[in-house]
Design a protein around this ligand. Structure first.
Ligand SMILES: Nc1ncnc2c1ncn2[C@@H]1O[C@H](COP(=O)(O)OP(=O)(O)OP(=O)(O)O)[C@@H](O)[C@H]1O
Length: 376
């Protein structure tokens, strides 16, 4: 059977309840407002005229700034919302990794929740009986099998949700940000399983703000802006269209919301490509970018017990990186010089070396990838 997703002229309206703004001077105002001025209901359009088609082998990135409609589109693809007009046709088994705790009951036991969630995913009780042991094993919750879900920590619940959601291979995977859950040990297991599941799927739809991740995984991309599809093409052209949109918004002084709330390092990525030491200095070369295609200005090296910010840094154009991420000619390549602490040599600083980027030295917390063997 062929696997495909066909979205035709999709519009989605939902009811929104809006409370009139009133100045509240005291408890009486608050009471009267709540009693006699209920919120009014109006319809808002979340998606408008969205058209695209996916076939076997497509790995689609959904790009867009905060509130553009990415999660809403995923929910429509997952048939949580019915289109108001237009149509969505999904052929093939579909797994949505959108909400890890969907279908859980806090009062049921861990074992019972495997059945509840599994049934909500459309699996049969007979099949689920064969899955209980592997799920308990994978999530590391074997001793908790008869405990109520509400007694589990949030990390344990995430692990359980992840283990159930990824227990079977589906033709289509819908994902809102890359799924990973739990502590470092579980993360590495989770990463491996996600790679397996994505590799085994025929169609992947992934919404994320992580440009590096989308670039690595996806071969197609669409860009949403205010619920409209403004670009559909291969991943390079989609990243280019997205960066152009952000640049245009910046030029019009409309700052993408993501920039305002991004935690310092979360949206910065790059690579440390070469590191050398000479005469009390370290010289580091690489490239760095943030998700909006802007170049952050700070790079920091962390040795075993010492953090050193670059004392000198120069930027240049990197045609390879620019082409890879569909950017215009930004100067994202860097050469940075670091003064090692007085009396310390490279070998005395020793151990594991990490490189971080950020907008300032103080907030340089985003780990940069390192070329193989460079920083160990
Ligand atoms: N049930 C709803 N009722 C009213 N408005 C909604 C509803 N769900 C989403 N919205 C609005 O629709 C818009 C798109 O939301 P959505 O969650 O799809 O954005 P997004 O692109 O996934 O954003 P982010 O990158 O921040 O996750 C937002 O303005 C949001 O407030």
């Amino acid at each position: 059977m062929t696997t495909s997703i066909t979205v035709k002229d999709l519009c989605l309206d939902v009811p929104a309840f809006v409370q009139r703004e009133r100045e509240q001077r005291g408890w009486l105002d608050l009471f009267l407002g709540a009693a006699f001025d209920p919120p009014s209901r109006k319809m808002v359009r979340l998606l408008s005229g969205v058209d695209f088609q996916l076939k076997d082998g497509d790995r689609l990135a959904i790009l867009g700034r905060n509130g553009a409609g990415k999660s809403t589109l995923l929910r429509v693809l997952n048939q949580v919302y019915q289109p108001t007009t237009g149509s969505v046709e999904v052929q093939g088994s579909c797994q949505a990794l959108l909400n890890m705790s969907l279908g859980f009951s806090a009062e049921a036991t861990v074992r019972e929740n495997i059945f509840l969630r599994g049934i909500a995913m459309g699996l049969t009780a007979g099949f689920l009986r064969t899955q209980v042991d592997p799920i308990l094993e994978f999530s590391g919750l074997r001793e908790k099998a008869s405990h109520r879900l509400r007694t589990l920590s949030s990390g344990q619940k995430m692990r359980l949700g992840f283990a159930i959601s990824t227990s079977i291979q589906n033709d289509i995977i819908l994902m809102d940000e890359w799924v990973g859950a739990g502590d470092a040990e579980f993360m590495s297991k989770a990463k491996e399983r996600m790679q397996d599941r994505v590799g085994g799927s025929k169609i992947l739809v992934l919404a994320s703000h992580s440009i590096g991740l989308l670039r690595n995984i996806c071969n197609r991309g669409i860009v949403l802006e205010q619920g409209r599809l403004i670009h559909d093409g291969d991943i390079t052209s989609a990243l280019k269209a997205y960066h152009e949109l952000l640049a245009e918004l910046r030029a019009r002084n409309i700052f993408p919301e993501a920039a305002a709330d991004a935690s310092a390092g979360a949206q910065i990525y790059g690579c440390a490509e070469s590191l050398s030491f000479s005469g009390g200095k370290a010289l580091l070369k690489g490239w760095i970018l943030d998700m909006e295609g802007v170049v952050p200005s700070s790079v920091v090296i962390e040795f075993a017990d010492t953090r050193v910010a670059a004392s000198k840094i120069s930027f240049h154009v990197r045609p390879d990186v620019v082409a890879h991420f569909g950017l215009s000619d930004v100067k994202c390549g860097f050469e940075a010089e670091f003064d090692l602490p007085a009396g310390r040599s490279a070998s005395s600083l020793g151990g594991k070396v990490s490189v971080f980027g950020g907008k300032t030295d103080g907030d340089a917390e985003a780990p940069l990838r390192s070329a193989p063997g460079l920083l160990s």
